[in-house]
Write a protein that binds this ligand. Structure first.
Ligand code: IVH
Length: 668
């Protein structure tokens, strides 16, 4: 293909993929299968790789994230991002409506919308292409998070039809319940602290420095406001509908996510409807927003210092209910963490039957001074799992105070609680059944070794029959052992063995994640694998070298060192090495050899790249990353807040000290 041919083919694929994205995400009506879509995407990826000069920033391939995200820059909003005045009282909504009617002596239409509980975002489109996405920030200035927003598949990168040439659309980015729960489950399996609620998680995710993380987390978005249009529709409702034609996924009127009405009765009916129906939504809303529809009337009504007079939010009260605490049970997680759970007399709350509530830890039980048989208040707020927020002392009859257990309910080992930690742990890692089974389940899970054909039930059976006691035993299983198991058969046995064999080529970072070292989740495993490249180097790493890695703090460093101090873990690693698992990173593709033979040390924090990104760039350009400054060091790349000791050593040894900009020049 000649150059013109390549460019035409890239443009054609971009258009075709955008069209299918639009059918899939906006219209809910795909006409090709996921596989066909992936094939087109792969074709485009390949062409863009061969001809990066024709790859556009808004290519659908950018949806998968992973390119180096720069630190966010603060930018001023062209129009301030205001907040809404809000109320919990229907009366005040009526008063607001009366005020509007008094100041505007005309027919008035209102638009009722959901108040999405997420993070506000403003996205600019120039000539149909997304050019900037900015968070709300302080309302005047926000952070430029375009690279991350590009990974959100329900937000179009390229518009269609007769879109305006330059405008901004605002909306809310949020995390659906399903994503939030899956993420927390993964975190629980990794022994990491759970996220409190979808809103904070969405906000944290949007500000992640790694756009791959954002892509994986599958954020979602609804858009609810257009700004800077010169060719205005009559009103807000009409503009939002128009935006659908340009390719935006707008709140669907047929699901009553947005509705036009001309009366206070219509507004109230909308509020009452969603006060019930919100419990069945797959994401959180915290209220209803009511806006005057006509732009002309909005202009007449104007603003107070903080918010528009033409809009108001009605906020829902969090649902609370009282019920009886019947018992407390204790769950043992993969890492041995003990979680107390309150078993309640089943009660209706926010559309679901609540039977259990999380109690978090011993301190929480103590704080509530729980007694069995207590009447407790249960609340379902932003969190998915309901929690106990109080006890009705007036109704207490029981003398039986809830006492936290001191032995593991599964293996009767004495529990331990480390200083400064809230959680109790069962220390019997190698023989406590839920810990052993949990570790195996984690190891084979999709994000770790991704071994097909083994489910939780199989693990249960293999464990019961004493065929596996730890993850290394998986690699010793034979066809004869498997085929006789209940509900197994030849085909499943073969599939399982095939899956186990295939896992031997899973990259080091995922093997590391699969080991289930406390606090070493997916991201941390990736960072550690990137920095140390192989298991021996990680094992030999000092505490200082560990905390020198980006995002690795004291807690993780100590946990990694403790892991390698345990002889049982070392023996396990040895067995896994023997069966041929990957304990070394595969080298990244080289882009140049300008740094060949050079050792560079990176220290401090940087403007354009993260520390890990700089290290990756060093290696991709042929250089070596040194962990500390020595006579072998050629360059020290000095960022902000660098320790004075390092600087002094470098100066004494005559090491060349360069800035981030000088480094960028060096490699480009
Ligand atoms: S309109 C000038 N509509 O609520 C008014 N906001 O307190 C601009 N929000 O920062 C906002 N759903 O993050 C509007 N349907 C909706 C909304 C909504 C959620 C959030 C938004 C805003 C905050 C206002």
């Amino acid at each position: 293909m000649d150059h013109l041919g390549v460019k035409t083919e890239i443009d054609r694929l971009v258009n075709e993929l955008n069209h299918h994205n639009q059918l899939y995400y906006i219209q809910n009506n795909p006409i090709i299968s996921d596989i066909e879509f992936d094939q087109l995407l792969k074709k485009l990826e390949q062409l863009e790789k061969e001809h990066p000069e024709y790859a556009s920033e808004n290519s659908p391939t950018k949806r998968v994230g992973g390119d180096l995200t720069k630190k966010f820059t603060a930018v001023a909003h062209r129009l301030p991002m205001l907040s809404l005045s809000n109320t919990y009282s229907e009366e005040e909504i009526e008063e607001w409506e009366n005020r509007i009617k008094k100041s505007i002596d005309e027919e008035i239409s209102y638009v009722c919308e959901l108040k999405y509980d997420g993070v506000a975002i403003g996205i600019r489109y120039e000539n149909g292409a997304m050019t900037a996405a900015v968070t709300r920030g302080d309302g005047e200035k926000g952070e430029l998070v375009t690279t991350n927003v590009r990974t959100i598949r329900t937000i179009p990168l390229q518009l269609q039809n007769d879109f305006p040439s330059d405008f901004e659309i605002r909306g809310e980015i949020f995390m659906p319940h399903e994503q939030f729960e899956a993420l927390n489950q993964e975190r629980e399996e990794a022994g990491e602290a759970l996220y409190a609620n979808p809103r904070n998680t969405a906000s944290g995710t949007l500000k992640s420095l790694d756009s791959k993380v954002v892509a994986d987390r599958k954020l979602d978005c609804y858009l609810y406001g257009l700004y800077g249009l010169s060719d205005l529709q009559a009103g807000h409702f009409e503009s939002v509908l128009k935006a659908k034609e340009w390719g935006f996924r707008i709140p669907p009127p047929e699901k009553r996510f947005i509705e036009k009405t001309s009366s206070i009765q219509g507004i109230m009916e909308f509020i009452h409807y969603w006060n019930e129906a919100r419990n069945a939504l797959p994401f959180d809303i915290d209220g209803i927003v009511i806006k005057v529809n006509s732009y002309e009337q909005q202009r007449k009504l104007g603003f107070t210092a903080k918010s528009p007079r033409w809009a108001i939010a009605y906020k829902f009260k969090t649902s609370q209910v009282e019920t009886v605490l019947e018992s407390v049970s204790y769950q043992v997680g993969r890492t041995g963490a003990i979680t107390p759970v309150a078993n309640l007399n089943p009660v209706q709350l926010g559309g679901t039957t609540v039977k259990r509530a999380s109690l978090h830890n011993a301190d929480q039980i103590e704080k509530l001074d729980l007694h069995l048989g207590d009447f407790v208040q249960v609340e379902k707020g932003g969190e998915i799992i309901p929690k106990i927020v109080g006890v009705n002392l007036g109704k207490r009859t029981s003398m039986e105070k809830v006492m936290f257990i001191d032995q593991c309910p599964e293996c009767q080992s004495n529990l331990v609680r480390k200083e400064g930690e809230a959680q109790h742990y069962c220390p019997n890692e190698t023989a406590c059944p839920p810990q052993v089974k949990g570790k195996i389940a984690h190891f084979i899970s999709r994000k770790a070794m991704n071994i097909d054909g083994i489910g939780e039930e199989t693990i249960e059976v293999l464990f019961e029959k004493e065929l596996i006691k730890d993850i290394s035993d998986l690699y010793r299983l034979t066809f004869d052992q498997l085929v006789d198991l209940e509900r197994m058969g030849e085909k499943s046995a073969n599939n399982m063995l095939k899956g186990i064999e295939a896992s031997k080529s899973i990259p080091f970072e995922r093997v590391l994640f699969g080991l289930g070292i406390r606090f070493v989740g997916e991201t941390v495993a990736k960072k550690l694998a990137q920095s140390f490249q192989n298991m021996d180097a990680l094992q030999a790493a000092s505490y200082d070298e560990l905390i020198d890695v980006e995002e690795i703090g004291e807690k993780i460093a100590i946990s990694v060192q403790l892991y390698f101090q345990d002889s049982a873990n070392l023996a396990l690693i040895l067995r896994l090495k023997e069966v041929g698992l990957m304990f070394e990173s595969v080298k990244k593709e080289q882009v140049s050899s300008v740094l060949l033979g050079k050792v560079l040390v990176v220290s401090g924090t940087f403007e354009t790249f993260s520390r890990d990104e700089i290290k990756e760039l060093i290696e991709r350009n042929g250089g070596k990353v040194g962990s500390s400054v020595s006579s072998k060091t050629h360059y020290l790349i000095a960022g902000a807040n660098m320790g004075p000791a390092k600087l002094k050593t470098a100066t004494n040894l005559g090491v060349v000290i360069i800035s981030e900009d000088e480094f960028i020049k060096l490699i480009s």
